[in-house]
Ligand binder design. Structure first.
Ligand code: BES
Ligand code: MN
Ligand code: ZN
Length: 510
């Protein structure tokens, strides 16, 4: 899909040559700027009671007299901000996509100020969200008639900013899509080796350095905690390290660490059968690291970014870890594994220690870590834990701006009591109460040398029920944060190998 800005000629919106024209009507007053046949069609619809300037309003019209676009859809939005626009565009795309429109123009009517680049970015993500279909293991799934081009109608002075927003949106959308594709894949396809292959593929297509450590390498390093989780499985573990060096060699990198449990049975502390299939999504953190690497590399951002993914399965078997087993982590600290289902923290702690070698500016780990976080925050906001005020503030702001919000959770020393063990430096679980926090407290014990934040995405990385599937979160949050750290303007280039020039992105006259 291609996105561009479009400055209408003298004939205005009515003269735009597209298969479909989506008019986002903003606010509670009839937009004064909407003149001619479109303005007439809208006021007629309003007087007839077919459209109102309020939430949830949609109107589809075919072949409006005097309008060049064959299909016209009106959709209401509260304002021209990213959030309202995303909702409106999602509804509008659902209206026109079944009609087989190949080229859709989107115009925002009634906004007081110029559109922001964040709004353009949100538009791209909304269109991708509304048209995504998982087909990798279900080729029969119906692909909606393909939207090939989306043009955002704007004025000449808006074109440069909005073009940049669209380009950034495309890079992020590609990252979100990659995360969803990986996480949606069933665990018999998406194994640790599969994740390693995806990383290597991404490295080749996007210029990342990729290194994959196998079991032997991890043994030599002393990753006793990671390997303990992996030992119950027939699938060999993979410890994946990806590097995007977009800034100077001596610029300290940002590091992302993603939990890559490709299936979590719980191990010997086995989970109940109901909904256990959803534990294929337990590599959602890893998927978001892959997706963010793709977004950042796709945007050719001038920033150094390292992605680390400890990947393995958590299985019960004759070789599996047992409750009470004590293992030694890469940090040298020993851990009593009281519950083999608290495996995420066991693989993350070694990855966090490994991250020290990059002398990072900051480290963020992303994990579908606890059911308790789902109870605390539901499915709207991810849990954010950090002792670093500045880092926490940046991540919260990035989440809000990218419509991928998080919520700060506490890390008081008092919670650490729960992890005391008589047989090791710490236990891997505390009592049920405050489970998301004790999980974070466990990770905190491995981050003394780091500026660190932890995102618990157990409630946000996938949806259950009839719309079961990966969301691609928090790629948008992470990408926005990383791109905000890039030197110079993030110049997005075409990702993949389409070989097309960026010319289509320049403002075009209709
Ligand atoms: N992957 C799960 C967390 C999870 C559970 C995410 C349900 C989303 C939905 C994690 O490995 C786990 O099993 N955590 C346990 C920890 C407990 C044993 C302390 C949990 O949350 O129940
Ligand atoms: Mn578990
Ligand atoms: Zn898990």
């Amino acid at each position: 899909m291609d996105f561009n800005t479009l400055v209408p000629a003298k004939t205005g919106l009515a003269g735009i040559d597209a298969d479909a024209l989506l008019v986002v009507v903003v606010g509670s007053k009839m937009p004064a700027a909407l003149e001619g046949p479109l303005g007439m069609a809208l006021s007629e619809a309003v007087s007839a009671g077919d459209f109102a300037l309020k939430a949830g309003q949609l109107l589809y019209a075919h072949r409006v007299a005097g309008v060049k676009a064959r299909r016209v859809a009106f959709v209401w939005a509260a304002d021209a901000g990213a959030k309202a626009l995303r909702r409106a565009v999602a509804a509008g795309v659902a209206l026109v996509k079944s009609g087989g429109a190949g080229h859709m123009a989107v115009a925002v009517a009634g906004a007081d100020a110029a559109l922001a680049d964040a709004a353009a970015e949100a538009l791209v993500l909304a269109v991708h969200e509304a048209t995504y279909v998982y087909r990798a293991t279900k080729p029969s799934a119906q692909q909606p008639a393909r939207l090939e081009r989306v043009s955002l109608v704007c004025s000449v002075p808006e074109a440069a900013t909005l073009g940049a927003g669209l380009a950034r949106g495309e890079a992020v959308a590609a990252g979100v899509a990659l995360a969803r594709e990986c996480a949606n894949r069933p665990a018999n396809h998406c194994t640790p080796s599969y994740l390693a292959e995806q990383a290597e593929k991404l490295g080749k297509s996007h210029g990342l350095k990729v290194e994959v450590l196998d079991r032997k390498d991890c043994e030599r390093l002393g990753m006793g905690s990671f390997l303990a989780v992996a030992q119950g499985s027939e699938q060999p573990p993979k410890f994946i390290v990806m590097r995007w060096m977009g800034a100077g060699k001596d610029v300290a990198p940002l590091v992302l660490v993603g939990k890559g449990i490709t299936f979590d049975t719980g191990g010997i502390s086995i989970k109940p059968a109901a909904e256990m299939d959803e534990m294929k999504f337990d590599m959602g953190g890893a998927a978001s690291v892959l997706g963010t690497m793709r977004a950042v590399a796709g945007a050719k951002a001038q920033v150094n970014l390292v992605g680390i993914i400890p990947a393995c399965e958590n299985m019960p078997s004759g070789r599996a870890i047992k409750p009470g087993d004590v293992v030694k982590s890469l940090s040298g600290q020993t851990i009593e594994i009281l519950n083999t289902d608290a495996e995420g923290r066991l693989i993350l702690c070694d990855a966090l220690t490994y991250a020290e070698r990059f002398k990072p500016a900051a480290v963020v780990d992303i994990a579908t870590l606890t059911g308790a976080c789902v109870i605390a925050l539901g499915h709207h906001r991810s849990g954010l834990f950090s002792m670093d005020e500045e880092l926490a503030g940046e991540l919260l702001a990035a989440g809000d701006a990218a419509l991928d919000p998080a919520w700060r959770m506490p890390l008081d020393d008092e919670y650490d009591e729960a992890l005391k063990s008589n047989f090791a430096d710490m236990a891997n679980v505390g009592p049920r109460a405050g489970g998301a926090i004790t999980a974070a407290m466990f990770l905190k014990r491995f981050t003394a040398k780091l500026r660190w934040a932890h995102l618990d995405v157990a409630g946000t990385a996938w949806r259950s029920g009839p719309h079961k599937g990966a969301t691609g979160r928090p790629v948008a949050l992470l990408s926005r944060w990383v791109l905000s750290k890039a030197a110079g303007p993030a110049r997005a280039v075409k990702s993949g190998m389409s070989g097309k020039s960026g010319g289509a992105r320049r403002a075009k006259k209709a």
